[in-house]
Write a protein that binds this ligand. Structure first.
Ligand SMILES: Cc1cc2nc3c(=O)[nH]c(=O)nc-3n(C[C@H](O)[C@H](O)[C@H](O)COP(=O)(O)OP(=O)(O)OC[C@H]3O[C@@H](n4cnc5c(N)ncnc54)[C@H](O)[C@@H]3O)c2cc1C
Length: 371
């Protein structure tokens, strides 16, 4: 039997492992932590509308033929066809799938002060503490240039902060700035709705400027301007975790319908780590993972390669302007065509859409982690 190694126990890695295990292909899954925390509803941890124990999972309930090895991979050596781990172990493979996601490049911001965000869990809980305790102050919330993980998440963060401060009746004494390095709110299909939501909420909105430095008393923008703010809620630029020997940057694949890496037939990349012409999110990740799994199955004579459309249904948390801890969301859809993304949306934020997002996220976790 051929040896398939999957690196990364997140959305893409588990989707590949599950698809192969269903066809009785044993998989070795290498992942660095013994748990996974789902991303999409993390902003609602701030408002107590989500709790960590509903979105954290371990790896004990995967299919029997998925062997989990806990460890950090440091290199994929395509000549030797092996994966090397930090502890010196090495795993031989016939096929390897890299789904290691991405990392946040804090050093790009030369930070001289503390950074908060909803992406790293410690920073998320520190932000929660802050938003529930301060009585006055100023926040700057930042979305870096694309590509970054989950287009609306920085905007969701500022709207959730706004909602909590209203709920606590201190919103009038807190200034909120949102800096977006992109010319429009991401994804652009909801830009107009988002812009009017910011206006209604009294959030100062700066577009097309990067934050290049985080200082004690504020942030410096790429045009040299400075925004004075005490609290910096910042998603740093996103960098790929490229494990292929002597390579860096997002991993080049042959096409969105062929997830083999450009140079190596037996090395695949899926999800956020792969260089795909789409936003970085769970659905693009799952689609790429299912295609990659079908390519391996075809090689093994166990099925046909599939072609799938890349599309995305999203729900962006848009806070609640009445200060009720009941997040309303904007629902949007994107279909990625060769001519570019085609989008549609319901411009009316609704609580019902927040519930739909929860059902979707729980469904993804159940499918991949077993509960
Ligand atoms: C705050 C937040 C909000 C989000 N909101 C949404 C949303 O609303 N909708 C949506 O569709 N998507 C959303 N996403 C994005 C979505 O979670 C990602 O696109 C998706 O998880 C990418 O899957 P992946 O497999 O590429 O990476 P991940 O799911 O991040 O998995 C990567 C795994 O690899 C492991 N790993 C990394 N390096 C190594 C190594 N060297 N050795 C071993 N293991 C390693 C990591 O620990 C992790 O378990 C959000 C993400 C975050 C963080």
């Amino acid at each position: 039997m051929k040896r398939v190694v999957v690196i990364g126990g997140g959305i893409g890695g588990l989707e590949v492992a599950r698809a192969l295990s269903e066809k009785d292909v044993p998989v070795t899954l290498v992942t660095e932590k013994d748990h996974y925390i789902s991303g999409p509803s993390r902003p609602l941890i701030l408002s107590n509308e989500q709790s960590l124990d509903r979105i954290i999972r371990g790896y004990n309930h995967l299919p029997e033929n998925v062997e989990v090895i806990y460890g950090r991979a440091v290199e994929v050596d395509p000549e030797e066809r092996k994966v090397v781990l930090t502890d010196g172990r090495s795993l031989a493979y016939d096929y390897v799938v890299i789904s290691t996601g991405l990392r946040y490049d804090y050093s790009a911001l030369s930070p001289e002060d503390k950074i908060y965000n909803v992406y790293d869990v410690g920073k998320l809980y520190d932000l929660k503490h802050l938003v529930w305790s301060i009585k006055s102050g100023s926040f700057v919330v930042y979305a870096p240039k694309q590509p970054y993980r989950c287009a609306p998440a920085p905007g969701e963060t500022v709207m959730t902060i706004d909602m909590i401060l209203r709920h606590r009746d201190v919103r009038d004494d807190v200034e909120l700035y949102f800096v977006d390095a992109n010319p429009k709110f991401q994804p652009p299909v909801i830009h107009d709705v988002w812009k009017s939501r910011f206006e209604e909420a009294g959030i100062e909105y700066v577009t097309g400027e990067e934050i290049v430095k985080v200082e004690k008393d504020g942030v410096v923008l790429s045009d040299g301007d400075k925004i004075r703010a005490e609290y910096k809620v910042i998603l740093p630029p996103n960098k790929a975790v490229n494990l292929i020997k002597d390579r860096e940057g997002f991993i080049e694949v042959r096409s969105p319908q062929d997830l083999r890496t450009k140079e190596y037939e037996d090395v695949f990349a899926v999800g956020d780590a792969a260089k795909l012409p789409y936003p970085k999110n769970s659905e693009v990740t799952s689609t790429s993972a299912r295609i990659a799994a079908s390519q391996i199955l075809e090689d093994l004579g166990l099925g046909d390669k599939i072609e799938l459309k890349y599309r995305f249904v999203g729900w962006a948390y848009a806070g609640n302007l009445e200060g009720k801890l009941a997040t309303q969301s904007i629902k949007f859809e994107l279909e990625f065509t060769p001519e570019g993304p085609k989008g549609s949306k319901d411009p009316e934020p609704k609580e019902e859409y927040t519930k739909q997002k929860d059902v979707w996220e729980q469904g993804v976790l159940k499918k991949l982690f077993g509960y």
